[in-house]
Ligand binder design. Structure first.
Ligand SMILES: Nc1ncnc2c1ncn2[C@@H]1O[C@H](COP(=O)(O)OP(=O)(O)OP(=O)(O)O)[C@@H](O)[C@H]1O
Ligand SMILES: [Mg+2]
Length: 593
């Protein structure tokens, strides 16, 4: 009896055992299906947003479907009501005729001697005359004693086919008994031979039997034929509806194509125009709205092209003018320079006023020469004549030379200039141009640094080498970080006209950086200082992935060389706090970081 010790699993546990793996499979299948559904929904949403044609076709088809469903339901309802009314009318007429025939038959019969004889007569009458003959099942008959009949003679109920007393609703029987002179009918449903439910009309009326009193006659008319007719109509509607929706979709597709294709062409042409292909035009044929669009578009492109050409011409004339004037001025300036030098050298022999004038003339001539040199350089950039003479250079060298060049002005202003560097700083650059950029950045930092320390940081990464020049002087107001690179822009033009530079320094620096496919970027905040970062690709033509130094607050790196300018040490780095919101940042270069 060892086996009986094992408990028999209850219905719940059996369900769990059977359901566990099934549920797991279902869950796994659901997990597998979900990403597919999500990605399909995403693709559908994307197509919906991206394609006007898809939107129009889908909307038209959905609206068409809605109209067809509404119209189809209405028509179906009216047709089904019509068929039903028609059937009820023929059923009541037929029932009335048959009831009259039955009444006449009973009135004329002489089988009234016993209830059994009367019953036999009634059965013969129902089955042979009143019920539909043979296999025709278009009507069934029930003959039964009325509810209000109190006669002692009792005739048995007679039914044709399946229809029998239980299938006659009590309310109909009561209605027939209450109002024996009137015919009553009711819509009901029966099961056919195949078990399907079929609607039917049930008509009841009362007849008077000799001796036995009032008896009811019920006729059941199944509406099979009407059902079949409705089924055919429904199928036709469904098929026609689907065909109509597809047709509407196809029409919408063709129509929208006629509009969408020219619009797409216009978009392509507009894109080409904006990429600089000014000769691109749209094809415009005919006189319809799309042709008008094409014509207007082309007129707009024409006018834009002519204006751009005009501006280009004007700009070329201006550049030419600047270049010519600068060249022409060089010869007289050389003569003036010689004369001014002569006067400057012999100023000790002049009276104090003339001596001061000779000194001023000498200084202003220096500035004039610088301006002329800058203008000639800018003209070379504008004419596309500037060429890169790149060779592998350790960026620390031009940095040190630039700092050396600024030593005098740094000493005068009392600024400490420190240089720190980290890692491999060798890059393929034009050292003359890089030195010019750095000289300008260092001089600017010292000039606007208000005697505070200036920190220069050099660093490199895989793709680039960068130099950041950070000062703690006047800084830049919001928006000025972009303006500083404009030609002749100076924060304080009045001061700069007498003491400062020409305002071309950063414009030339930017052109030099661009020639290297590099970036020159500025950050500044009033009263906090500025930071200018030059980022150059390690090799010519190599794209810069990322700048090796942050723009706003370059991190401190290890000191590199002994003092290059001023009285300061070189350990300090550009490591200030986080950048406040009001700071000004601007990026310039062949590609924005
Ligand atoms: N480090 C800085 N801090 C604050 N302002 C600056 C700084 N560097 C440049 N600027 C502003 O940008 C202006 C333009 O600088 P840029 O170097 O182009 O011209 P410049 O120094 O005035 O003349 P140039 O360099 O041609 O002799 C300067 O006049 C100054 O107002
Ligand atoms: Mg400058």
């Amino acid at each position: 009896m060892t086996g009986s010790a094992r408990p028999h699993p209850g219905p719940t546990s059996r369900l769990k055992e059977a359901g566990g793996p099934v549920l797991d499979v279902a869950r796994r299948a659901a997990r597998g299906v979900r990403p597919a559904v999500v990605s399909a929904a995403r693709a559908l949403r994307h197509t919906w947003r991206a394609s006007l044609q898809f939107r129009v076709v889908t909307t038209t088809m959905l609206l068409g479907l809605l109209v067809i469903v509404l119209l189809g339901s209405y028509l179906y309802q009216s047709i089904s009501n019509g068929l039903e009314e028609d059937r009820v009318s023929t059923a009541t007429q037929e029932a009335s005729r048959l009831a009259t025939e039955a009444q006449q038959a009973f009135d004329a019969t002489d089988s009234t001697e016993s209830a059994a004889q009367l019953g036999l007569f009634a059965r013969d009458l129902v089955q042979q005359k009143l019920a539909s003959p043979g296999a025709d099942a278009s009507r069934q008959v029930v003959f039964t004693r009325s509810l209000n009949n109190n006669s002692r003679t009792f005739v048995a109920t007679v039914c044709s086919d399946e229809a029998c007393l239980p299938s006659i609703p009590d309310d109909l029987r009561a209605a027939v008994s209450e109002n024996p002179r009137r015919q009553q009918y009711k819509l009901t449903s029966i099961s056919d031979a195949a078990g399907a439910t079929v609607p039917a009309v049930l008509v009841g009326s009362q007849i008077e039997l000799p001796v036995a009193g009032a008896y009811d006659l019920y006729f059941l008319f199944p509406m099979q034929r009407e059902e079949q007719t409705l089924e055919i109509i429904t199928n036709t509607f469904a098929f026609g509806g689907v065909a109509l929706v597809l047709l509407v979709g196809a029409v919408a597709f063709v129509v929208t194509r006629q509009v969408v294709i020219p619009v797409r062409r216009a978009a392509v042409v507009a894109e080409r125009l904006s990429s600089g292909k000014l000769n691109e035009r749209m094809r415009s044929r005919g006189e319809d709205d799309l042709a008008m669009l094409g014509k207007s578009f082309n007129e707009m492109a024409d006018s834009l092209q002519s204006q751009i050409r005009q501006l280009e011409g004007l700009s070329r004339v201006q550049q030419r003018f600047v270049s010519d004037v600068s060249h022409e001025l060089r010869t007289p300036l050389t003569t003036i320079r010689m004369a001014a030098d002569l006067l400057h050298d012999s100023r000790q022999t002049f009276d104090p006023v003339a001596s001061r004038s000779a000194e001023l003339l000498h200084n202003e001539l220096d500035r004039f020469e610088e301006l002329l040199a800058d203008l000639l350089e800018i003209s070379r950039f504008d004419a596309g004549a500037a060429a890169l003479d790149a060779e592998p250079t350790d960026l620390r060298d031009p940095v040190v030379r630039a700092v050396e060049a600024a030593r005098g002005i740094a000493e005068r202003r009392g600024s400490q200039v420190t240089v720190t560097a980290e890692g491999d700083c060798v890059a393929e650059v034009d050292s003359r141009r890089v030195e010019r950029i750095l000289r300008n950045l260092v001089v600017n930092a010292v000039e606007h640094g208000e005697g505070k320390p200036v920190e220069i940081i050099v660093a490199g990464n895989e793709s680039a080498v960068a130099v950041a020049v950070r000062d703690h002087g006047v800084g830049l107001r919001p928006g000025e970080a972009a303006l500083v690179f404009n030609r002749f822009w100076r924060a304080d033009p009045a001061r700069a006209r007498t003491t400062g530079g020409t305002g071309l320094g950063l414009a030339i620096s930017l052109e030099d950086a661009r020639l290297h496919d590099g970036w020159l970027q500025a950050w500044g905040e009033p009263g906090v200082g500025s930071c200018f970062r030059l980022t150059l690709p390690r090799r010519t033509g190599m794209p810069i992935d990322e700048a090796p130094l942050p723009l706003e607050t370059p991190t401190q790196t290890s000191p590199v060389r002994p003092s290059a300018a001023g009285a300061g040490s070189r350990s300090a780095g550009c490591t200030d706090g986080p950048v406040p919101r009001s700071s000004s940042v601007a990026d310039h270069g062949s590609r924005q970081p």
